[in-house]
Ligand binder design. Structure first.
Ligand code: OAD
Length: 255
């Protein structure tokens, strides 16, 4: 569970200042379940990543210190997999929502894949980082990194060797853009959580923050998540069916 602060506070969003709304009327949180039907594994389902690989071997700063090659190989394989998958109907429906809603929408994803941006979403925060970026431990640069990362890869900015790590928020680290997300949750009128088990904080607590602020809260998932009782409404089923159906029925003039 992410708890302590990083020395750096790298930008994790794809939208960037000016594109990311300060006080969106709608905040959507997504998790691994939305990308499942595109062919990417979730973490905690029976065939999930954390049932095949130990978190402490690949997803902590200590794992990276102990065995950078193993950690980079794990993320290299996941990064390479992105070439074989495509955004699905749920990603596309969310991008359409951003285009057709006259107010502002902020999409916050726990996912490190790039399927939301490939579907067309722009006001997007990758709170757990991005597979296609690397970060330099020496100069702090966050670099676009579409290919493999090795323990010897040089930083494009400072040229130091062996200082690049995957731009992924590991267990024990603070998710990205939390101040911006907190403000958005405190001002939104609709909060929708899609395809997440509600296991990992702070994302698991977003429903509580939005609900306290008076937002209508909706869970969309294959099955009730851990925080199911905190939501006002729920729709259960595969994201590619339920997300487009929910958004098609949503009265955008009433938000
Ligand atoms: P989980 O694997 O914990 O939960 C995925 C959820 O998606 C489950 O509740 C499934 O029931 C649901 N699901 C599966 N298939 C679905 C489908 N087709 N349609 C809709 N829902 C479906 O994944 P996350 O909640 O995203 O963090 O996990 C949160 C964080 O834990 C991840 O970002 C990652 C992980 O450790 C880091 O690596 C920092």
């Amino acid at each position: 569970m992410p708890v302590k602060s990083n020395a750096q506070s790298p930008v994790g969003s794809t939208g960037g200042p000016g594109i990311l709304p300060e006080r969106p009327a709608i905040v959507v949180l997504t998790g691994a379940g939305i990308s499942k039907e595109s062919g990417l594994a979730t973490f905690r389902d029976a065939d999930g990543t954390w049932n095949r690989v130990r978190i402490e071997d690949v997803a902590t700063p200590e794992a990276f210190e102990t065995d950078p090659l193993m950690v980079q190989s794990f993320y290299n394989a996941r990064r390479a997999q992105l070439a074989d998958v495509h955004p699905n109907a749920a990603h596309i429906a969310l991008a359409e929502l951003e285009r057709r809603f006259p107010g502002e929408v902020l999409l916050v994803t726990q996912n490190v894949d790039d399927l939301h941006e490939r579907a067309g979403s722009r006001a997007l925060i990758h709170m757990h980082g991005e597979l296609k970026k690397a970060r330099c431990l020496n100069c702090g640069a966050v670099l676009s990194w579409p290919g493999d990362l090795t323990p010897d890869s040089p930083c494009d900015r400072c040229r130091r060797l062996g200082q690049l790590r995957p731009h992924i928020v590991w267990f024990g680290e603070v998710p990205l853009e939390m101040d911006r997300i907190q403000t958005a949750l405190e001002h939104c009128r609709l909060f929708v959580s899609i395809g997440t088990s509600g296991t990992v904080y702070p994302a698991a607590g977003f429903v509580w923050t939005a609900g306290q602020a008076g937002a209508r809260t909706v869970e969309i998932n294959l099955e009730p998540g851990n925080g199911a009782s905190l939501f006002d409404e729920a729709f259960y089923g595969p994201a590619t069916r339920v997300v487009p159906e929910f958004l098609a029925r949503l009265d955008l003039t009433a938000i």
